[in-house]
Design a protein around this ligand. Structure first.
Ligand code: ZN
Length: 278
């Protein structure tokens, strides 16, 4: 666990997303949850030392961010698209995956279910707890439902999966042009530290690198489209694996992620910039 500022903590060593929490004068606010039940239980014990969990914010709709909700208290807050995605995800699909990567986690499941958000929003929502403010801002990018959590008193922002810092970026549900706009909006916030959805803790300067990477992806796929080559040919040709390593534990998915990214961008760019809403 890393201390990010006076009252903010985050963990970059768990399998899956980087969960974090903020200690306020009236309890704890969590941002995302560990994916593996064994790690969620560890995290729960760690957080309990700082007070009861009052709110739990899910920053996006993939299970590496929300499957741990079950192990925590607190009212869950997320984008309405994330609630829909959670309601549509089946535990029966999730279990074999967890069994494959963490068999010991299965013993902790009990009457496991995915806890869905109780409070949702579509554009922006502000929580006030103790002396802290939590600005939840809808910033489409990695998916249409990404949410940044900005805590001005701490000068910290949790970016969701719109930032993968120093590791490969997943784009299988991306809205690429909006993603660039969202990163620009993040740049306008006044903060010192950024907790990315995946990868190392960074600062504002990393946003330029992230934007450049997405732009390079867009350009590569656009070039393939302009040259009239098929999606399969583009998948065979385009890879950015030389640029960043896969996050630890996901190496076996390296070439698959490149293919998913190419396919998604190819489809979105083919339809045109203005039709990327889902
Ligand atoms: Zn993620």
């Amino acid at each position: 666990m890393q201390k990010i500022s006076d009252c903010v903590y985050a963990e970059t060593g768990f399998r899956g997303c980087n969960p974090g929490f903020v200690v306020t004068g009236e309890g704890v606010v969590m941002i995302d949850t560990p994916q593996l039940p064994v790690e969620a239980v560890k995290w729960r014990d760690e957080i309990a030392k700082y007070g009861p969990v009052r709110y739990l914010i899910n920053t996006e709709p993939h299970w590496d961010h929300f499957s741990g909700n079950y192990f925590f208290q607190g009212t869950i807050v997320a984008h309405e698209g994330t609630r829909k995605a959670i309601m549509a995800t089946s535990v029966d699909q999730w279990k074999p995956y967890i069994k494959q990567i963490s068999a010991e986690s299965l013993q902790l499941l009990g009457d496991f279910s995915f806890r869905a958000p109780e409070i949702t929003f579509s554009e922006q929502l502000t929580l006030h707890l103790g002396n802290h403010t939590f600005q939840l801002i809808s910033l489409p990018g990695h998916t249409p439902y990404e949410v940044a959590v900005y805590i001005p008193e701490e000068k910290v922002v949790f970016s969701s999966d719109n930032v993968f810092a120093g590791v490969q970026t997943w784009m299988q549900q991306a809205v690429p042009y909006q993603w660039l706009d969202s990163l620009k909006r993040l740049q306008e916030l006044d903060f010192d530290m950024l907790v990315p959805g995946h990868g190392r803790i960074c600062d504002k300067s990393y946003l330029n690198e992230m934007m450049a990477f997405i732009q390079d992806w867009i350009n590569a796929v656009k070039q393939a489209l302009d040259a009239g080559i098929s999606i399969e040919e583009a998948q065979a040709k385009i890879s950015f694996l030389d640029r960043y390593p896969m996050e630890s534990g996901t190496e076996f998915l390296a070439s698959q992620v490149q293919k998913w990214n190419v396919a998604r961008l190819y489809e979105v760019l083919q339809k045109g910039e203005n039709s990327q809403h889902e």
